[in-house]
Design a protein around this ligand. Structure first.
Ligand SMILES: CC(C)(COP(=O)(O)OP(=O)(O)OC[C@H]1O[C@@H](n2cnc3c(N)ncnc32)[C@H](O)[C@@H]1OP(=O)(O)O)[C@@H](O)C(=O)NCCC(=O)NCCS
Length: 190
């Protein structure tokens, strides 16, 4: 569906200079409508201290990755790593600057994020949630080869309550084997 050829995307850990751009993206109404509602505590300072702190917090390790196109930060991905049922999980989210939507920035950037997580960090299950009405994100998840998962009712209720979220949330996941299959197909057919 994209009319533009994908830009030359690279990824790197978020650095302090990226934060004003990432905060602008997160608070853009075109983006925030597809994310949990912003709280009064969601300030640039809070984002800075959260994203620049890389020490594990209890059982969770957080990673923040900038998506860069031609030296311009165009988006980011957040990743929370934790062990569940003996397996290393990664729960991830991402946002792209609306001025760059539809050019393949998320697709190309997330391919690199997935390579890194599965190959380097040996993640065993990669999980992403998405509001049911988010057509762009749903298209992206399907293009990358995610599979539909389910959310336990108790977790649904807790999320709805704690984030004051009235949206229906869809869960998607990917395993290392799924991702390897996607890479094989891409290598064969482009
Ligand atoms: C979802 C989001 C990250 C996608 O970023 P992006 O860089 O535009 O994504 P891509 O260009 O790689 O892929 C988007 C796909 O949606 C398609 N698309 C664009 N508008 C669409 C629409 N209205 N309906 C359906 N698909 C649409 C694009 O054509 C593209 O598909 P294609 O690769 O088959 O051509 C971005 O739109 C965004 O930040 N949205 C707001 C926040 C959000 O939803 N975050 C994710 C929630 S976890």
């Amino acid at each position: 569906m994209s009319s533009h050829s994908p830009p030359n995307i690279s990824i790197r850990p978020v650095i302090e200079a990226d934060l004003p751009t990432l905060y602008r993206i997160r608070t853009d109404p075109r983006v925030s409508v597809f994310q949990f509602r912003l709280q009064a505590s969601d300030t640039l300072e809070e984002m800075k201290s959260r994203m620049l702190e890389t020490q594990p917090k209890g059982d969770f390790t957080y990673r923040y990755t900038s998506l860069v196109a031609n030296e311009e930060v165009v988006g980011y991905s957040t990743q929370m790593l934790y062990r569940g049922n003996g397996q290393l999980h990664c729960y991830s989210g991402w946002n792209v600057d609306p001025e760059h939507w539809g050019r393949g920035c998320a697709r190309e950037g997330l391919r690199q994020v997935l390579d890194e997580l599965f190959d380097v960090h040996k993640v065993q299950i990669f999980i992403a949630d998405c509001f049911a009405g988010n057509a762009r994100c749903l298209r992206l998840l399907q293009r990358l080869g995610f599979r539909r998962g389910s959310i336990p009712w108790l977790e649904r209720l807790q999320t709805a309550w704690s984030f004051r979220c009235g949206h229906w949330i869809m869960r998607w996941y990917m395993t290392p084997d799924d991702w390897q299959r996607e890479r094989n197909v891409k290598q064969l057919f482009g």
